[in-house]
Design a protein around this ligand. Structure first.
Ligand code: FE2
Length: 131
């Protein structure tokens, strides 16, 4: 579901490494969701999603610092996107996942995967070209 591909590479090593780590965390949560035999699977999934959220906050900060350092013109629009994404994930009450757990988590992971991929392709790739 989450896969770092060659075409997602921005060309800035630090950013690409962090994007890869975000995909890794997302994939870890997804694999657990599919695992029928895992004990305490929902607790583990919630922990990974929390880790993903926290790491995303660190990543956005680093990415914004980089954009600032190269005087990137679209920094403001990136910041708005980043804030919206963090808000959406933070507003998701992970402790309330007790009914239709699988469906709920699947929807959330789908949202994260789509958002990350679209954001990288439509916005982050431009950072590498500085335009
Ligand atoms: Fe990014």
């Amino acid at each position: 579901m989450f896969e770092m591909k060659e075409e997602y590479k921005v060309g800035v090593a630090g950013i690409d490494e962090q994007h890869a780590k975000l995909f890794e965390l997302g994939e870890k949560a997804y694999q657990l969701l599919k695992d029928e035999y895992s004990i305490d699977k929902y607790d583990k999934i919630v922990a990974i999603i929390e880790e993903l959220r926290d790491y995303t906050i660190v990543h956005f900060k680093d990415e914004e610092d980089y954009m600032e350092s190269i005087h990137y013109k679209k920094l403001f629009s990136q910041k708005i996107d980043h804030e919206k994404f963090i808000k959406k994930i933070s507003d998701t009450d992970l402790n309330k996942i007790d009914q239709n757990q699988d469906e709920y988590i699947m929807e959330l992971l789908n949202f994260i995967a789509k958002w990350l991929t679209n954001h990288i392709i439509e916005k982050d790739l431009l950072i590498g070209r500085n335009n």
